[in-house]
Design a protein around this ligand. Structure first.
Ligand SMILES: *[C@@H]1O[C@H](CO)[C@@H](O)[C@H](O)[C@H]1NC(C)=O
Ligand SMILES: CC(=O)N[C@H]1CO[C@H](CO)[C@@H](O)[C@@H]1O
Length: 452
């Protein structure tokens, strides 16, 4: 293990060096303009936009209850580690199981989802599910189109408090004379969008599908907002199809070392001399080495999903309690690193059990944890996207930086090397920004767009 430890840093530097080398040798990037991910041979899309309501068969709910009743949580958390350091604490898992079995009411959350107008339309052989929410008629002088993109392990339910603030800011005490018409699609293989049936459905393919969706809805130019995969998808859309994008708002802005020469120089320099960072909050503890260590300690899931998603996905798709432990654990550490020290993972500090279980339910009832995990594999296989992510984005960009973001709290000195950052704001929030801190995030979107 010591051997491994000492190999880690040189390996990282070597990977960074190779990455950098390829940055210095840019090639022409040929972005594929179409693809087909439906079953069988290519068929023409049915472009009709159909209204959609969630209505899960009672049979699926009954089967879930039975599985919960029969679930086996026979392991015990270690006597001297009654926390989340080894993963989801079994004592808390037992409590969550009981809550799920006896108190959680899916129909209540189905009704909340159905308060949003939802639709389905076919693109590249896949039925795409999306929410399309307009501001109250006549209340705002201007209405601007905004696409918001979710990530893993999330879905559009993360936005249930965020969307109403974007479509009717005044109602929530945000002063603005404009509001957004919001389109929130489910990534294919997540929520109620079809699962891709063929390989290659990457973040770039997703960006292309989301762009086609906006064009189909009549929006030739629009705003983008995203975190997690949503941030990768929207920033790829802005790079590949800049003519359609007015501005980009990100609550996660990950820049890998080596992506840009100057960014890499800053990355290393700020580790040695943190005082060069303009943010007093980051200069206290920002360090590339710390970031690399966190990456190593907390992203085992990513390695599995990027290599053999179908294997681990098999058991997650068969056991609701396994699925819940796997997904909800992320809502602990990714909301605050310190929550790992708590017996309940600090899960209810920012979210209710109902909220967390609804996220899990959407994976369970659709049986799509495997397809959501395959998205990682496709990311690492997509060389076009990799090349695009090294391109500078001239479109005005905002970074709402979560100070509790586990991995990415990219200082503006670094992100400026790859994005035209016109708005930077630090918010005391973690990774699931729209879910945890909808109001500060919405405020930051309005400030950014207002200043353009
Ligand atoms: C950044 O965006 C602003 C606002 O649109 C624009 O005026 C400026 O030229 C852009 N800067 C770069 C470097 O692209
Ligand atoms: C969100 C947050 O914690 N911001 C802090 C960043 O640092 C300044 C100066 O130290 C504080 O005033 C902010 O509260």
């Amino acid at each position: 293990m010591g051997f491994f430890k000492h190999l880690f840093l040189p390996t990282l530097v070597a990977i960074g060096g190779f990455h950098l080398y390829s940055t210095l040798n840019p090639t022409n990037i040929d972005v594929p303009q179409t693809g087909y991910f439906g079953s069988g041979p290519v068929k023409k899309d049915n472009t009709i936009i159909k209204p959609f309501k969630v209505n899960i068969d009672q049979q699926i709910i009954d089967d879930l209850k039975l599985r919960l009743k029969n679930s086996r949580i026979s392991h015990n958390s270690l006597e001297d580690s009654d926390d989340f350091y080894y993963g989801f604490n079994s004592k808390h898992l037992l409590k969550l199981r009981d809550y799920w079995q006896t108190k959680y009411d899916w129909r209540k959350y189905e009704a909340i989802l159905n308060e949003f107008p939802q639709f389905i339309t076919e693109i590249e052989g896949l039925n795409i599910h999306f929410l399309r929410v307009k501001p109250p008629q006549g209340k705002y002088k201007t209405v601007k189109p905004l696409l918001i993109a979710h990530g893993w392990p999330g879905n559009v339910f993360e936005f249930y408090k965020f969307i109403p603030m974007l479509t009717d800011p005044k109602k929530f005490g945000i002063s603005s004379d404009f509001a957004f018409e919001v389109v929130a699609p489910s990534i294919p293989g997540y929520g109620w969008s079809d699962q891709p049936k063929k390989t290659g459905f990457s973040q770039l393919a997703c960006a292309r599908v989301f762009r086609k969706l906006m064009l189909r809805l009549g929006f030739g130019k629009f705003y983008l907002q995203g975190g997690d995969w949503g941030s990768v998808i929207t920033s790829l859309l802005a790079r590949a199809w800049p003519d359609n994008v007015i501005a980009l708002h990100l609550n996660m802005l990950a820049i890998q070392p080596g992506t840009s020469f100057l960014a890499t120089v800053y990355e290393f320099a700020s580790t040695v001399f943190p005082q060069i960072l303009s943010s007093p909050n980051l200069s206290k503890d920002y360090s590339f080495i710390l970031k690399a260590k966190t990456l190593l300690l907390e992203t085992g899931y990513m390695h599995i999903q990027a290599t053999k998603p179908d294997t681990v996905g098999t058991s997650l798709n068969d056991s609701p309690i396994g699925l819940a432990a796997y997904i909800i654990e992320k809502f602990s550490t990714w909301t605050s690193y310190e929550y790992r020290a708590l017996q309940d993972g600090g899960l209810n500090k920012k979210f209710t059990n109902d909220e967390l279980l609804t996220i899990v339910m959407i994976y369970w009832v659709n049986g799509n944890i495997v397809s959501s995990q395959r998205f990682y594999r496709e990311f690492f296989l997509d060389k076009t996207a990799e090349a695009l992510l090294k391109q500078y984005v001239p479109i005005p960009t905002a970074h709402a930086s979560g100070l509790k973001e586990i991995y990415d709290r990219t200082p503006v000195e670094i992100s400026r090397q790859l994005y035209n950052i016109t708005h930077y704001k630090e918010i005391d929030m973690g990774h699931f920004a729209a879910f945890e801190a909808p109001k500060p995030l919405a405020e930051s979107v309005f400030e950014f767009v207002n200043d353009l």
